[in-house]
Write a protein that binds this ligand. Structure first.
Ligand code: ADP
Length: 512
């Protein structure tokens, strides 16, 4: 239940974060796109107004003349030439005349030919007639310009409608003098389009955001559901059922990869658990034997011994078993230190031949006692970067085994050879050999090749020696091979690289 609660809290946080980040991104994107569209629409509408006014200007030039009125003593008037019977022409001219103004060079409106009224519309009056001085300035500017000059102005009617004005010079018929003409158009319909669009966006964007966020929240929830399944499966796995695996979803996605990684981790954990179990079973078994023996000796001393000699013998036997006990405990302690990485290699550059030579020397006495001929083939120099204590332990274990398991009259040979990549150490004997069914296990902890029956042969030790050998070789990043023919002999071949390994890798190679 607690796991589910934890998951809910975590998944809610994740869900929320996913949704908000999507929503923020979505907002930024939508707003940017909306602004861009609005900008485009704005300039398209602007362009449309300008085009309309330009068209109107062209029509105005077609229908309107500025010419002397002969009836009024040649006074310059604005004359509109169109057929009042033609609805098209009438519409066009009336459209132009909605907002217009025609003045002389000084900005004073000239008169309409027909009405003899000033040539401007009430529409223009409504947006405010330009000051004559301003018009005169525009006329001068246009006359000075080498190209025909057009003036664009923005105004507002008394009711607030926007108006765009196009102004420029028009030359009088025959007279040749320039006159100032301004025509305008309201464009509130276009402003409305823009306004409607903005309103639409203001409504649609938040709506889309709310919808998108809800959808995102839902989708994130769905995407996270398999995580809940994985978490629940993981919760069920405990020390007692490490064989459980989380089933993959066969989706081939990141989550499946996570499940696979998790399962592999559980596999490794299971293997370690198994080893630990095996180890404690082995240890208790190994400890029980000497403890039972000690108990037996002490019982003998307590209940049946009568003479001092009998007491002494029982004590002596008990002491021997205690020695064996402490040997086992010491060896186990050392192995566990090696496995947990506490045993750090103290590497140094040394002449391996010298170290091996000294050991062979020391082993001559037990070899002689066992009636075994011990010989060594060593070059003068054999430099290597190794841990002296551990290498001595390795050679000692191999040599003592070889002597131990070789009958009288046999041979034990030790040789060392420098190679391009390191050193080769060989220990071979003409002893009893190891049969192929036992060979794969001799490096396991407490493994001893049984003698006749299932019990270990009496000369055998704790069964830990070769476990150490394997660990030491691995810690030096070397390799060990064993060849054996039952009844003929055994050969251990070790290759050590020239450079040992750094101490930080030791814990990884603890398992022999
Ligand atoms: P032990 O303390 O019994 O020697 P080891 O781990 O050193 O334990 O060796 C494991 C077993 O492998 C030994 O009990 C022995 O049966 C076998 N063995 C090791 N070295 C040799 C050898 N040179 N010849 C024959 N058997 C060997």
């Amino acid at each position: 239940m607690k796991g589910r609660r934890d998951y809910r809290r975590v998944s809610r946080g994740l869900r929320f974060r996913l949704t908000t980040s999507y929503a923020v991104l979505f907002t930024i994107l939508l707003t940017l796109v909306a602004l861009l569209f609005r900008q485009r629409l704005h300039s398209a509408l602007d362009q449309q107004i300008d085009e309309e006014l330009t068209q109107e200007w062209g029509a105005m030039k077609g229908y309107m003349r500025i010419e002397p009125n002969q009836e009024k003593g040649g006074k310059i008037n604005a004359v509109w030439y169109y057929d009042p019977e033609d609805p098209d022409e009438t519409t066009i001219v009336l459209d132009i005349k909605k907002i217009y103004l025609i003045t002389d060079q000084n900005g004073i409106p000239i008169l309409e030919y027909k009405t003899q009224q000033p040539a401007y519309s009430t529409g223009y009056d409504d947006i405010g007639l330009d000051k004559p001085a301003d018009i005169a300035k525009n006329v001068r500017e246009a006359m000075a310009s080498p190209k025909p000059k057009t003036f664009w102005m923005e105004r507002k009617t008394s009711t607030g409608e926007p108006v765009k004005i196009r102004a420029g010079l028009v030359y009088a018929e025959g007279h040749g003098a320039p006159y100032y003409v301004a025509i305008g158009t309201t464009y509130s319909d276009k402003v409305k389009v823009l306004h409607d669009y903005t309103l639409f966006l203001a409504g649609v964007i938040p709506g889309a955001l709310v919808l998108g966020s809800l959808l995102g929240y839902f989708m994130a929830g769905r995407a996270l559901t398999p995580v809940l399944a994985v978490a629940q499966a993981a919760q069920r796995i405990s020390g007692s059922n490490l064989s459980l695996r989380i089933p993959t979803r066969e989706a081939g996605d990141e989550l499946d990869y996570l499940i696979l990684t998790f399962n592999r981790m559980i596999e490794r954990l299971e293997a370690s658990f198994q080893q630990m179990k095996q180890f404690s079973t082995d240890v208790s078994h190994e400890l029980r034997t000497p403890i039972t023996a000690i108990r037996g000796q002490l019982e003998v001393a307590l209940f049946t011994a009568k003479t001092t000699d009998q007491y002494r013998e029982a004590m002596f036997n008990a002491l021997q078993d205690i020695d064996r006990l402490s040997q086992i405990v010491r060896a186990l302690l050392l192995l566990s230190q090696a496995e947990s990485g506490q045993l750090v290699l103290q590497k140094a550059r040394l002449n391996l031949c010298e170290v091996v030579g000294d050991l062979v020397e020391q082993f001559q006495i037990p070899a002689e006692a066992a009636g075994v001929k011990l010989s060594a083939q060593l070059p003068a120099e054999c430099p290597a970067e190794v841990d002296r204590v551990q290498i001595e332990r390795l050679i000692t274990n191999l040599l003592s085994n070889a002597i131990k398991f070789t009958p009288e009259g046999g041979d034990v040979r030790m040789s060392l050879r420098g190679e391009a990549q390191g050193v080769e150490i060989v220990v071979e004997d003409t002893g009893r050999g190891i049969s192929s069914e036992h060979l794969p296990h001799i490096f396991d902890r407490f493994y001893r090749v049984p003698g006749r029956g299932t019990a270990p042969a009496p000369e055998q030790g704790l069964g830990l020696g070769l476990s150490f050998v394997a660990w030491i070789v691995k810690a030096h990043r070397g390799t060990i091979d064993v060849d054996s023919t039952p009844g003929k002999g055994t050969r251990f071949t070790i290759h050590l690289p020239a450079e040992g390994v750094s101490s930080d890798t030791l814990e990884l190679v603890g398992q022999a």
